[in-house]
Design a protein around this ligand. Structure first.
Ligand code: PXP
Length: 250
């Protein structure tokens, strides 16, 4: 098992700020370049149906100009599959999407959505794109990911981040159990949503979680620290939570 846990930096909300004024800055591709220099292992971007932040051209440029694996977050729609097949990202993370939501609320229902998801997962996989399903940390969802043939899951950490005290401990236990189950059934396990400097360490410490995807907090913190320093501090906290992580990449 890899001790170095990958950090995927999600640049969606750089585009949110840009789009608020209809300008061409701040540029999410520039942010991705800075994140890469600061030690990010991958760049994540979500092209939403309503294009509220990332635009089609951003995805094309992130793929063409950034020398890191691109994780393309997408709804399970024909339109998004076509974009993925055209752009050819390293990975595609399938997320649930509702037009009225502020962010991705809750995981994908891989159990109930099996018949709809199966052809999309196969098509993306056949094109050499590593498919990941963004799901809640539940065994039934993990079993469904296996039966869909997805090699990767991303565990939704949103509830863990929102609750406190004993409830947070219970949610952390669910994430730990799901990560252990991933190892048992051969799924690569990622995690993300709502992570920040204060809550990242217990999730980073879970041995089976090989990648974290973090966006909103880092972009917000960039206002105060600069994006490079925000990414470096997140990296430091992740490494500190995983003894031996530094040596593993040196
Ligand atoms: N992972 C997935 C699948 C997401 O949809 C998001 C939000 O776009 C994230 C991670 C990152 O969440 P946050 O922006 O809260 O760090």
């Amino acid at each position: 098992m890899s001790r170095h846990q990958r950090l995927g930096v999600n640049v969606d909300h750089v585009a949110t700020v840009r789009n608020a004024r209809g300008t061409d800055y701040p540029d999410p591709v520039r942010a991705a370049r800075i994140a890469a220099e600061a030690g990010a292992d991958g760049i994540t971007a979500h092209l939403r149906e309503d294009r509220r932040h990332i635009l089609d051209d951003d995805i094309e440029r992130l793929k063409a100009e950034i020398d890191l694996p691109l994780n393309f977050e997408m709804a399970a729609t024909r339109e998004m599959v076509e974009v993925a097949l055209r752009v050819g990202p390293h990975a595609a993370c399938i997320v649930p999407e509702r037009r009225e939501e502020l962010t991705t609320e809750g995981g994908l229902d891989a159990v109930g959505g099996h018949n709809r998801l199966k052809p999309l997962v196969s098509q993306l996989g056949d094109a050499g794109i590593r498919v990941s399903l963004f799901i809640d940390p539940e065994e039934a969802q993990l079993d469904a990911a296996v039966s869909l043939g997805a090699p990767v899951v991303e565990l939704h950490t949103g509830t863990y981040c929102e609750v406190e005290g004993a409830e947070r401990e219970r949610e952390l236990d669910r994430i730990r159990a799901a990560a252990a189950y991933c190892e048992k059934v051969g799924l690569e396990c990622h995690a993300g949503h709502g992570l920040n400097f204060d809550n990242v360490s217990p999730v980073a410490a879970i041995p089976g979680v090989v990648e974290l995807n973090i966006g909103h907090f880092l972009v917000g913190e960039a206002i105060f620290l600069g994006l490079g320093d925000a990414v470096r501090e997140m990296r430091r906290l992740m490494d500190a939570a995983r003894p031996g992580a530094r040596e593993a990449i040196e």
